[in-house]
Design a binder for this molecule. Structure first.
Ligand SMILES: C[S@@+](CC[C@H](N)C(=O)[O-])C[C@H]1O[C@@H](n2cnc3c(N)ncnc32)[C@H](O)[C@@H]1O
Length: 246
């Protein structure tokens, strides 16, 4: 009885790891999230049961219910794949699921995935570290939870790239806190919506006008000197597909 906590990558099915694909072909049950591509699910064994536990506004499955479901599936002795968007341990609540399974005596293995924190900048041609521009990267959540929001004033550092997940709603306060912390309002920013998914879009600008961009989640915000880079030709899904060797 093993539950595999598997990262499905940021969107496109071919960004999943081989290990993840092999496990999907063995799974008896696949428990999946909202951001998992339908094409990924199609890679599961045809007879596998598929359970959608995606959290959508107004119809959420609480994390406690998901943990309980995973425990009961794990105890049933079936091969369970818990598929999560990106990497399970990057804002994926994979740690909590691991702990719940461990407490219940269910063996759990983690299969890392390509995280949107790095894949989304890459699709825009942004190298999150780049000699001479940035000597590090901080990945942080913009989500403010019951008084536990990140204080962006403490993250204002022109030498380090900031990658913000779940930050679309809080852009105005992120901008003012960073400027208050000393970051130049003319710092470049890039916003990548729906990376590797239908409707992918990249916008660039300056920190001071980040809140004025029209952005819809899911999106990754990149703040720092590297955000003006355009090192790739993968600007659109069409370009990407046609660039692949046939
Ligand atoms: C709950 S977090 C999960 C992150 C995930 N575990 C990962 O490693 O990518 C969800 C946030 O990830 C980001 N995200 C995930 N997939 C994305 C994509 N394809 N394009 C842009 N942002 C994405 C967005 O910031 C979104 O609000």
């Amino acid at each position: 009885m093993t539950v595999y906590l598997v990262g499905a990558g940021p969107g496109a099915a071919d960004l999943m790891t081989l290990r993840a694909a092999r496990l999907l072909q063995r799974a008896d049950v696949v428990v999946f999230d909202r951001l998992v591509d339908p094409e990924v699910l199609m890679m599961a064994r045809p007879g596998a049961e598929r359970i959608d536990v995606g959290k959508r506004p107004g119809h959420s499955n609480s994390q406690a219910l998901i943990n309980a479901l995973l425990v009961s599936l794990g105890l049933s002795g079936r091969c369970v794949v818990r598929l999560k968007g990106g990497d399970p341990f990057v804002f994926g609540r994979g740690g909590e699921e691991f702990e719940a399974l461990d407490r219940a005596g269910v063996h759990c293995e983690v299969v890392p995935g390509v995280t949107s924190a790095f894949a989304a900048p890459a699709v825009a041609g942004v190298s999150v570290t780049h000699r001479g521009l940035s000597h590090g990267v901080t990945v942080v959540t913009g989500h403010a939870r019951e008084g536990a929001a990140v204080d962006f004033r403490r993250l204002a550092n022109p030498d380090v790239t900031l990658v913000v997940l779940m930050g679309v709603q809080r852009r105005a306060s992120i901008v003012s806190e960073l400027i208050e912390g000393g970051l130049d309002p003319a710092t470049p920013v890039a916003v990548i919506e729906r990376a590797y998914m239908e409707g992918q879009r990249v916008q660039r600008g300056l920190l001071r006008s980040l809140a004025e961009l029209d952005v819809t989640a899911p999106a990754v915000l990149v703040i720092g000197r590297v955000a003006h880079l355009e090192l790739s030709h993968l600007g659109s899904l069409t370009d990407f597909a046609s660039a692949l060797p046939s």
